[in-house]
Design a protein around this ligand. Sequence first.
Ligand code: PPS
Length: 291
Amino acid sequence: ELGRQPQLREVAGIPLQASTVDNWSQIQNFEAKPDDLLICTYPKSGTTWIQEIVDMIEQNGDMEKCQRAIIQHRHPFIEWARPPHPSGVEKARAMPSPRTLRTHLPTQLLPPSFWKNNCKFLYVARNAKDCMVSYYHFQRMNQMLPDPGTWEEYFETFISGKVCWGSWYDHVKGWWEMKDRYQILFLFYEDIKKDPKHEIQKVMQFMGKNLDETILDKIVQETSFEKMKENPMTNRSTVPKSILDQSISPFMRKGTVGDWKSHFTVAQNERFDKIYRKKMEGTSINFCMEL
Ligand code: PPS
């Protein structure tokens, strides 16, 4: 049997999907507008979760309005391209303002108009170990990404940053460094998990919204992992199996903090910690990976 074929191609040293690279000039020339809100994440860091939170805030807690389309269609994915379908850029252009968009691009590859227009950015970071585990299972089931190989192999691939959208370390550090220069709300997956109401409140304020307590509580409930796993508008169940094979691993897999403990060996963990300290030297970001 032939293995999976998708190859990644690099732009300025960052591996990306070939279809994204083919469409690169359209992506780089994307015209952001000052009232755009851009959801930025490294893959598997809580993108879908924050998208649903943002949409519920935008819709003032009206769940029916959030059911208008699958989550992938509500917020255009800037670098997404799969001809002959309209690209993320084309979908964004066709969308009325104010727009909420999403990207996994590192800061240096972001279309420059986002910086020029001083847009609002909502960044969600997730601790590297859980991110690696989640990405591994995602690459097993996502037929559009390279086969991850064994866990041992993937461990090395992830550490060396040879995954789609590049190195976790550089991504997180890059966005962290931008946060005092631009309008960036920097959130952590682990914080949202621990105190969703508090973090959702921060998002609401950042968006310039003021929703009452009952609505906030409703948003907390509707965006729980359990609810989103059952929700066909958020759980990717409408994506064909030839693209996402959820019988291999569900898109809404576990939604927990600390699942790395059931994957990392003691030796891998020691090696990881050593490399991590070196790569993250000099930054003030604090991820709690013991949780
Ligand atoms: S993607 O493909 O990059 O857009 O994936 P992304 O949405 O960023 O990340 C998927 C992981 O987030 C988990 N998830 C959640 N966790 C907690 N609460 C909610 N509501 C939620 N929704 C999605 C999802 O289960 C993936 O993590 P793992 O660890 O694999 O379960």
